[in-house]
Design a protein around this ligand. Sequence first.
Ligand SMILES: [Zn+2]
Length: 183
Amino acid sequence: MQTKMFILSLVLLTLSLFFTPISSKTAYCQLSVQPESGVKGNVLLVQESENDPTWIVGNIYGLVPGYHGFHLMQSDNFTQGCYSAGNHFNPEEHDHGGEDSTDRHVGDLGNILADLTGVARFNYHDKIVTLYGDESVIGLACVVHEYYDDLGLGAAPESTINGNTGGRLNCGHIVEGFPYSSS
Ligand SMILES: [Zn+2]
């Protein structure tokens, strides 16, 4: 009897998986608003389902070697370049932090590290950034900054606002889809 129930459970599980719609979402952000900076690159965001973390993969070129703050911003307004994209995306009204901080903006992705050739490659999962629902980052912007993000722990007044990261080198629109599917 137990064996029959086990087999039945397996059959039901297989059937349920077969009929479950594939619901993963993908978005990308191409750093293209300020090409004169010489900084360029792409960031891909993938989330398997609403309850999964978002996988964030990036390749950014043309940076000064070292750490650079990398953030998701609150709008896609580029009328004055990357500066008009607003502040870090912060729908829950927290202070600025790092990607592992409990108190952080949703858009706080910490630092990326450019190697001696000026290339930053990164690949990690974020538990707060989502591509689903009211707090989805699709339609917003990604920005790479001039300086290191102090993650809200610095002495400068800007620290708890934006990590004291200085200027915005380049940015882009976060678009749903896959970067190489339409060209
Ligand atoms: Zn922030």
